[in-house]
Design a protein around this ligand. Structure first.
Ligand SMILES: CC(=O)[C@@H](O)[C@H](O)COP(=O)(O)O
Ligand SMILES: NCC(=O)COP(=O)(O)O
Length: 237
């Protein structure tokens, strides 16, 4: 079964627009679980423009499904993750000024850095995932660095899918096969949506997890959160 982890960054963005606590990030996360989400993803950024460190602490004891924390492993992030001990940490190579994630790690160039960071999380019993482009070599070096999983950066797939689905998915199938051969778990995320998710899943059915935020929360404006989560789950069948 491929798990759906709902990324709730955008809920925090909405809350932060006014200050205060509407919508309540913890309540939305718990409702996502009730509506069928298999996990919750957050990406606390250094400027706390959406998810704050305090949200991460608030969520941890209350979530009933898998908690995935994504981010660039600076000392503050490492400290947060080691204290909170989520089920999974996903390392993303974002600089603080980035609007959103726009590339995977160069796992070859950053091999030693990733090894050191992953070692800390692995020793703490936290499952590790490394965000990479659909490139078999990047997957291989993620395995060498000691990752449990890779998360394939799916923005290029989402962009190319409407023009030529077969060409769009081809490099992802290759990267996914490499992960499977190496015994790595497989996640995927970024710009996945109701338009492109089922085709991705049908072609890479050994996918462990997708994390989806931007499109899912946008769809919920029209469909409501409960129906939206059910529709995304239906894409994973
Ligand atoms: C790692 C990744 O793919 C991103 O999609 C990220 O988690 C989303 O971050 P923002 O919500 O800050 O754009
Ligand atoms: N890891 C990807 C993620 O959590 C959500 O990305 P997006 O759906 O907001 O693009």
């Amino acid at each position: 079964m491929t798990k759906l982890s709902v990324n709730i960054n955008k809920i925090a963005t909405l809350r932060n627009a006014r200050g205060g606590d509407v919508p309540n990030v913890v309540k939305v996360a718990l409702d996502c679980e009730t509506f069928g989400a298999d996990g919750i993803t957050v990406h606390p950024r250094p400027d706390e423009r959406h998810i704050r460190r305090a949200d991460v602490y608030d969520l941890r004891p209350l979530l009933r499904t898998e908690f995935n924390i994504e981010g660039y492993p600076d000392p503050e992030f490492i400290d947060l993750v080691l204290k909170v001990k989520p089920h999974q940490v996903t390392l993303v190579p974002d600089s603080p000024s980035q609007i959103t994630s726009n590339s995977g790690w160069d796992t070859k160039v950053n091999l030693e850095f990733l090894r050191e960071v992953l070692d800390q999380f692995n020793s703490a019993g936290i499952r590790t995932s490394v965000f990479v482009a659909a490139d078999p070599e990047m997957v291989e070096y993620a395995a060498k660095a000691g990752a449990d999983r890779v998360e394939l950066y799916t923005e290029p797939y989402a962009t190319d899918y409407p023009k030529d689905p077969e060409a769009a998915i081809a490099p992802f199938i290759e990267a996914a096969k490499t992960a499977r051969k190496l015994g790595l778990g497989l996640n995927a995320g970024h710009d996945l949506s109701l338009v492109n998710l089922n085709y991705f899943y049908k072609n890479i059915s050994w996918l462990d997890e997708v994390s989806i935020g931007h499109a899912l929360i946008s769809d919920a404006l029209y469909l409501g959160l409960e129906r939206t989560i059910q529709e995304y789950k239906n894409c994973l069948r």
